[in-house]
Ligand binder design. Structure first.
Ligand code: UD1
Length: 427
């Protein structure tokens, strides 16, 4: 299995292109199921999760063609064409590898009147049930049965609009219900909808496909169902989590990076947290420039929350950065239980972190030291890479298939800005 080896202690400097957003791509791809006409997505990142989703869609009968797949090119163009759905079952073998597979449920049900999707099962960052997805679709008239680890949903006479009130915010459930509602009879209102920029991206793509949606970017989405949607061409938004992660790389190494193609508007709470920690994020003509304001990093308090709050997907990377700050920090995780698996690994590199309940108390240390480490999820892996970039000596990050799921050409982007980082194939 491949590993990444980092020799730390070099301030990074230069420009990093930010790729298309993984989490936007993973909800835009299943939107292709909603029409028999082609959906062309531009600026798709080159990631293992995209390949897994392509495989899933392909076995539903969606044809996929890729352009711009030369290794040196960023931003691939994919055309997805669901002329005929040949299979409405999403099998366990794919769903267990990628939870986002559950996002085919709403579109398949809306287009075909039936869908059978494996339950995703446990996941490294908590139990992550899909009850809100199912209740939302039931409100639109679906009949749902759970058998042998699968969710079987049927709506023989089509879905009907309704009022879906989520008891708490779920990104995936909002996406599934929004996609399904575009082909339901009549009006659907989604209350307490997630407002993440990736949902705005999905809504804009659906509009380009002929959907009628009001309240985009708010917690109340109103959808007028259509009998059919049509094809479109749509560019995937830039990845705010990738950008935030590289901003942490600039800050933790005391360097200066310009992140290309990302704008400040999707990063509000993250930029505020950087500001409090003594890191300036300034707009440039092509993106954002990130550097410590005057030397030291300062300890801060951060609580994760649904957008526009501080994203849970940035918690691990901030923890690595704050491990080297002057003073104490408190990180509180409110979205997922069990999202502190990076803590013992960071501790092995010399970080001083105590977890009590939902909070992690970080006492800044002057120096981290390299160590062999391994992570159990994507963002946790990135926090170890960040710690390795700043640490004295050599860090080996194992199980890098997590990183390949969500960071396009990580080692290439980081070595181009001065990091001593390499991927080693271990046979
Ligand atoms: C998405 C993102 C993920 C991000 C998360 C929160 C994708 C592919 N993934 O995940 O990177 O960390 O949003 O911003 O876009 N929940 C339920 N029942 C449900 C659905 C969710 O209890 O039916 C709970 C979850 O366990 C979690 C919370 O709600 O505690 C929020 O999860 P949700 O917003 O649904 O996250 P995902 O869509 O899975």
């Amino acid at each position: 299995m491949d590993k990444i080896i980092i020799r730390g202690g070099r301030p990074l400097s230069g420009r990093i292109p930010i790729s298309g957003a993984k989490n936007a791509a993973l909800t835009l791809m299943p939107a292709a199921i909603l029409t028999e006409e082609p959906l062309t997505l531009r600026n798709l990142p080159r990631l293992a999760d995209i390949d897994t989703f392509s495989h899933l869609l392909n076995q539903h009968g969606v044809s996929l063609t890729l352009e711009g797949s030369r290794p040196e090119e960023f931003g691939r163009v994919m055309t997805l064409k669901a002329s005929r759905i040949t299979n409405t079952v999403a099998p366990y073998d794919i769903v267990r590898r990628m939870r986002a597979s559950v996002l085919v449920l709403g579109p398949l049900l809306a287009r075909c009147g039936e869908a059978t999707v494996s339950l995703p099962g446990g996941c490294a960052i908590g139990t992550r049930p899909i009850d809100l997805h199912l209740k939302g679709l039931e409100t639109l008239g679906a009949r749902i049965e759970l058998t042998q680890g699968y969710v079987k949903a049927i709506a023989p006479d089509g879905l009907k609009g309704g009022v879906v009130r989520f008891p708490f915010v779920s990104v995936g459930a909002t996406e599934n219900v929004l996609m399904a509602a575009t082909l339901a009879h009549g009006e659907t209102v989604i209350e307490n909808a997630a407002r993440e920029p990736e949902i705005v991206d999905l809504a804009h793509c659906l509009q380009a496909m002929g959907a009628e949606i009001d309240g985009i970017g708010t917690e109340r989405l109103v959808v007028q169902g259509k009998t059919r949607l049509h094809g479109a061409t749509y560019a995937v938004m830039a990845d705010r989590i990738e950008a935030g992660s590289y901003a942490c790389a600039a800050a933790i190494t005391g360097g200066e990076l310009e992140l290309l193609g990302i704008q400040a508007n999707t990063l509000g709470a993250v930029i505020e947290a950087f500001d409090q920690a003594g890191v300036a994020v300034t707009p440039t003509r092509e993106g954002l420039k990130v550097a410590r304001r005057n030397g030291e990093l300062r300890g801060i308090s951060v609580t994760t929350a649904p957008y526009p709050g501080f994203p849970t997907d940035m918690q691990a990377q901030f923890m690595a950065m704050l491990a080297l700050a002057d003073g104490a920090s408190v990180l509180t995780e409110t979205i997922f239980e069990n999202r502190y698996m990076h803590v013992p690994e960071l501790a092995r590199m010399g970080a001083d972190i105590q977890v009590r309940g939902r909070s992690a108390f970080v006492r800044g240390v002057p120096q981290l030291t390299g160590a062999p480490v391994m992570a159990t999820d994507l963002r946790a892996s990135m926090s170890l890479v960040l710690a390795g970039l700043a640490a004295q000596g050599e860090t080996t990050v194992n199980r890098i298939y997590h990183l390949d799921r969500g960071y396009e050409r990580l080692e290439e982007k980081l070595s181009a800005v001065g990091a001593d980082i390499e991927r080693v194939s271990a046979g």
